[in-house]
Write a protein that binds this ligand. Structure first.
Ligand SMILES: Cc1ncc(COP(=O)(O)O)c(C=O)c1O
Length: 458
């Protein structure tokens, strides 16, 4: 009989968490203006708001922190990180940044001008924010099947190359800043992009003379899916796969807070020395000198170690199978979840959970709040609130997918926690017919509103 997967690590240190009462949570969430971002972490029992920066570092990462070199210029920690990045991506040039959106800010300062367009596959919200902030437009070319939460296609994160080629054909190359390919595609459910698709997108980028940049926050999880789902990759090492992925690109932005399992950090990788030089100026203005740019030496050490640990197959297997464990439990309870299960999160389909709920009252946010009140779980709305307003018409955007994302921090929670989470969602699902009223916005910021907005019951 095959043995089940299990974690390739044991626990050395624990952090206590506390279960509150429903009455306490009802009070706290009202005080937080019904925005889960406004809660204090002690008011949350199981925090699945994000997998970003919330992972548990290993003993080797903590040990590397002690040997960080804090020299302003030319620190050994910088060279250590440079070597890890070169080994996993093949990029010779890189700039450290304090997190992923800082990498976007620096790179887009060179590439994106007002009036430009930036095609991609469901740009992440900060990516879109940086594009729209520069009065440029993000054009979504994701495959249509990505918005069907019941389609079992193994690579629903892909770009539709027909849609992409139309954009590239109809616009002059100097109006297209770059193509952004996000792996895995977070916004449509942590869905992977196939190597075949990466190759095809790369071919188009060369044919039309437009750079291909990979938003790489979850590149290792994407490589795991290529290994386990795509023909010809089963026997390849994860790092051979990551090197092949990046061999098709001109550059990458990275939020190291995800697959590199550190609590903060990011970087940009470049093939072209000239682009690296241009971006270096912005890095110095916004982040710091080019050999530390927003990171301390100790953080760069932990990141280098995390990049190696995050690309080990046994770790990736335990990570992705834990996500699937939660998804499977929910399915057994009849809860409508996006399939195939994503790499970093389970996405609950609000449109199927509460089918007749008015979209103007934010069904996914309403459910996320119900899960919190029921059991102290904090998830995130990935729906109309996050989709924000159209920057030109200011009308609310209602995306095809209206979901609650339960993102799993890496190496943090046990499967007992997963059982608890599934049971909380089941309890809400059983009383779904009583959920009739949603929320209205009482205050919002002009851009990226979901982080800070205030809501009230309708
Ligand atoms: C796909 C993707 N790109 C970029 C970012 C931005 O990274 P950061 O949060 O480190 O600024 C994120 C963060 O969640 C992400 O998921």
């Amino acid at each position: 009989m095959n043995l089940p997967y299990s974690e390739p690590f044991k626990i050395k240190m624990v952090e206590n968490i506390y279960r509150s009462t429903k009455d306490q949570r009802e009070k706290w969430i009202r005080e937080a203006s019904f925005n889960l971002f406004n809660l204090r972490s002690e008011q949350v029992y199981i925090d699945l708001l994000t997998d970003s920066g919330t992972g548990a570092m290993s003993d080797k990462q903590w040990a590397s922190i002690m040997t960080g070199d804090e020299s302003y210029a030319g620190a050994s920690s910088y060279y250590h990180l440079k070597e890890a990045i070169r080994e996993l991506t093949g990029f010779d040039y890189f700039l450290p940044t304090h997190q992923g959106r800082a990498a976007e800010n620096v790179l887009f300062s060179v590439l994106v001008k007002a009036g430009d367009i930036v095609p991609g596959n469901s740009h992440f919200d900060t990516t879109k924010g940086h594009i729209e902030f520069r009065n440029a437009s993000a054009v979504d070319c994701t495959v249509d099947r990505a918005s069907d939460t019941t389609s079992h296609d193994p690579f629903k994160g892909n770009i539709d190359t027909g849609k992409l080629e139309k954009v590239l054909k109809e616009n002059p190359a100097d109006k297209i800043s770059c193509i952004i390919l996000t792996i895995t595609n977070n916004t449509v459910g942590g869905q992977p992009v196939s190597m075949a698709n990466i190759k095809e997108v790369s071919k188009l980028s060369k044919k039309y003379g437009v750079r291909l940049i990979i938003d790489s926050a979850r590149f290792a999880e994407n490589a795991y899916f290529i290994k386990t789902r795509e023909e010809g990759y089963a026997d390849k090492d994860i790092r051979d796969i990551t090197r092949e992925i990046f061999s098709y690109a001109d550059g990458m932005t990275m939020s190291s807070k995800k697959d590199a399992i550190v609590n903060t950090g990011g970087f940009i990788g470049f093939r072209d020395e000239e682009l690296f030089r241009q971006a270096s100026t912005y890095n110095i203005i916004f982040e710091g000198f080019i050999t530390y740019g927003g990171m301390s030496g100790r953080d760069m050490n932990a990141l280098a170690q995390g990049l190696y640990e995050g690309t080990e197959f046994p770790y990736l297997e335990s990570r992705i199978k834990q996500v699937a464990y939660l998804g499977q439990k929910m399915k057994e309870y009849g809860i409508p979840v996006l399939e195939p299960f994503g790499g970093h999160a389970i996405f609950i389909d609000a449109k199927r959970f509460v089918p007749d709920f008015p979209k103007e009252e934010f069904p996914a946010q309403t459910l996320a709040l119900e899960f919190y009140i029921e059991g102290g779980i904090r998830g995130a709305e990935i729906g109309a609130l996050m989709a924000d307003r159209d920057p030109f018409t200011r009308a609310n955007r209602y995306p095809a997918l209206e979901m609650v994302r339960l993102a799993l921090p890496r190496r943090v929670y046990s499967n007992n926690h997963m059982d608890y989470v599934a049971a909380v969602v089941r309890n809400v699902f059983e009383k779904r017919n009583e959920i009739r009223k949603g929320f209205k916005i009482v205050w919002e910021a002009p851009i990226m509103r979901h982080f800070t907005l205030k809501l009230d019951r309708v």
